[in-house]
Ligand binder design. Sequence first.
Ligand code: SF4
Ligand code: SF4
Length: 215
Amino acid sequence: MMVAEAKPLAEIQGMIQGYRKILIAGCGTCVTVCLSGGAQQVEILAASLRTAGKQQGLAWEINEETQLRQCDPMFVQQIRDRTGEYDAVLSMACGAGVQTMAETLGDIPVLPALDTLFFGGADGQGGFVELCAACGQCILSRTGGVCPVARCAKGLTDGPCGGAQAGKCEVAKDTPCAWQLIYVRLLRLGQLHLLKESTPPKARRVHPARLVREG
Ligand code: SF4
Ligand code: SF4
């Protein structure tokens, strides 16, 4: 899922400085799970901005709403009629949600309240770890299900670089070497022979990716 984190409050305040009536829009999917943009975070941000507005003598009128998915125009359409009364929408979705909302709502400014970080999974300790860089040509079948594009600091698709020490990456010393993880996985799977095959170069897209489903 998309992993994101809230922008610093001061940055958000700067973005909405010139607006009076603002809708804070949450997203009920990935950012709800990673606790950065769901209904609860919308409520917290709204309260923080109301307090900050009062302290600074700003007449912000702030309302709250959370859609199931901001990256789908079908869900954004459901609030379109109501957004006409606002000067700006502060979106607590990932970058894809912000852009979908901006395109769907048309003339109203849609501002990002979050910084989108990566595609990741839960690390089992309350945090999230980057697992996929959406490279568009998945090679997990060759790497034991461990992604070197996202998890090797050098993005090596034919590793290792040789710099790892005690299983840790030479670049990010508290991070496991992705190629060490790949080796261990391939060993367990009885597929070490895959390490002897080089990975073909990835086809680079020259246009933004678009997936069209038929039927
Ligand atoms: S190779 Fe890695 S970055 Fe590319 S699609 Fe697969 S998991 Fe994602
Ligand atoms: S030590 Fe491992 S993870 Fe780090 S850059 Fe080298 S191959 Fe990649």
